[in-house]
Write a protein of this length. Structure first.
Ligand code: GLU
Length: 451
């Protein structure tokens, strides 16, 4: 989350934002039972654990972690584990809810979940992180499981972390095929080929499809497009490299050390090599520094926020000059910023569609693990492409359908005694929510409310 003070008073609690997004969408689903609405907005379960570890320097340090299962109607909980100093229960609640809607948008048979441990990996050693992971997973116990809740990487966690998750769970469940308990594992421990770059690749596929569908006037492909990418972790760096391979000119990138700019285009191989060697892109040869605020305000064709939540807000949305915002991160745009960008005709490809490539290939990994198979990378990518294109088309079609039937929807609301302002046209986020909430509610009703 950003630490920048917002001069305009705006709610920045991620769970409040997730609830607001949900309630906005529900207005376009007048048939939804109010009890079902209340159920779908709240998480099914929140587990908070506190535990000590002995760090490499011999100190005992305590940590707090959360795991939220937001909804399991469509399948086991699915979602990453993040390590970050700003992790809170409400952040994890929001991220878990976004996973429910994300899995429904791309139509993979999972519910939504998320986990996080409040810690600063920059100040911890590898063995500290291994102990934190093991204690966290062991305290969650059977709240995780291949058919219960399946973690994956997120901010500051990676395949190595997932190997520890797997190993800890396998120690607790000897004699079983435990591989499907976690995804994003190293390839030689049951990880899927293509998983490491799947989120960034999915961002590319969704963006290309949206452009080909004419979402941005005068920009039908990434060939020759200028792009700024905020965040150079797994998602941002992969997306930047793949966008460059698709013919785009990456003029700016950034990470915790600050931003780098080159109007002629940044050499992605050099940037990734420096990140791998030094940990940050600070001082990248052939580029000049740029502040985070200025990067977001660049006059580019495509802006890819791929860092953390609340980056585009009420107080800086007016400065955005990009023609298209493509969300690699979860929750980078606040509702007030969504409204401001929509009013200015800048489409936002929402996180729950745009960054769903990661969980899509997580699903493929889970299937491979159950079947003891390893699919070729080309097959994984081809299946990912098909999923992302279908989901992008479905969101765009839902937006057109809703915006073409506003009067009808208003009439249905009136018939059901639902008051409030007349419905206005929806942006892509609300369309994606309507699609997702409709799918989850539909399955809940088909299953029947138990008992
Ligand atoms: N953490 C990723 C996300 O936010 C991936 C989740 C997963 O693969 O389960 O979508």
């Amino acid at each position: 989350m950003s630490s920048i003070e917002a001069p305009v008073q705006e709610e920045l609690n991620p769970f409040a934002i997730a609830q607001e997004q949900f309630h906005t969408a529900v207005r376009y689903l007048p048939d939804l039972d109010p009890g079902l609405v209340d159920y779908l907005v709240r998480p099914e379960r929140l587990i908070t654990v506190e535990f000590p570890i002995e760090t490499a320097d011999g100190q005992v340090q305590n940590f707090v972690g959360h795991r939220v299962l937001h909804n399991s109607v469509r399948g086991p909980g699915k979602g990453g584990i993040r390590f970050h100093p700003d992790v809170t229960a409400d952040e994890v609640r929001a991220l878990a809810a976004w996973m429910t809607w994300k899995c429904a948008v791309v139509d993979v048979p999972f519910g939504g979940a998320k986990g996080g441990v409040a810690c600063n990996p920059a100040e911890l050693t590898e063995s500290d992180l291994r102990r934190i992971t093991r204690r966290f997973v062991s305290q969650l116990g059977d709240a995780l499981g291949p058919f219960v809740d399946v973690p994956a990487p997120d901010v500051n966690t990676n395949a190595r972390t997932m190997a520890w998750v797997y190993d800890t769970y396998a120690m607790m469940h000897p004699g079983e095929n435990n591989l499907p308990v976690v995804t994003g594992k190293p390839v030689d421990i049951g990880g899927s080929l293509g998983r490491a770059e799947a989120t960034g690749r999915g961002v590319l596929y969704a963006c290309q499809r949206a452009l080909a569908q004419g979402l941005v006037d005068g920009l039908d492909s990434l060939d020759g497009a200028t792009v700024a990418v905020q965040g150079f972790g797994n998602v941002g760096a992969t997306a930047a490299r793949l966008f460059a391979e698709a013919g785009a000119r990456i003029v700016a990138i950034s990470d915790v050390s600050g931003g780098r700019y080159n109007e002629e285009g940044i050499d992605m191989d050099a940037a990734i090599a420096l990140r791998d060697e030094a940990g940050v892109v600070d001082g990248l040869v052939g580029t000049e520094p740029i502040s985070n605020d200025d990067l977001l305000a660049l006059d580019v064709d495509v802006l890819v926020p791929a860092a953390l939540e609340n980056q585009i807000r009420a107080d800086n949305a007016d400065r955005i000059r990009a023609r298209f915002v493509v969300e690699g991160a979860n929750g980078p745009t606040t509702p007030a910023a969504d409204r401001a960008l929509y009013a200015r005709g800048i489409p936002v490809l929402p996180d729950i569609l745009c960054n769903a490539g990661g969980v899509t290939v997580s699903y493929y990994e889970w299937v491979q693990n159950h079947e003891n198979e390893q699919w070729d990378e080309d097959l994984v990518n081809a299946k990912l492409l098909a999923k992302m294109e279908r989901a992008t088309d479905a969101v765009i079609a839902t937006q057109s359908r809703l915006n073409g039937t506003l009067a009808d929807l208003d009439r249905q609301r009136g018939e059901r005694g639902l008051n409030g302002e007349p419905l206005g046209p929806v942006d892509l986020r609300t369309a994606a929510y309507v699609l997702a909430v409709g799918r989850v509610a539909g399955v809940a009703l088909q299953r029947g409310i138990w008992p």
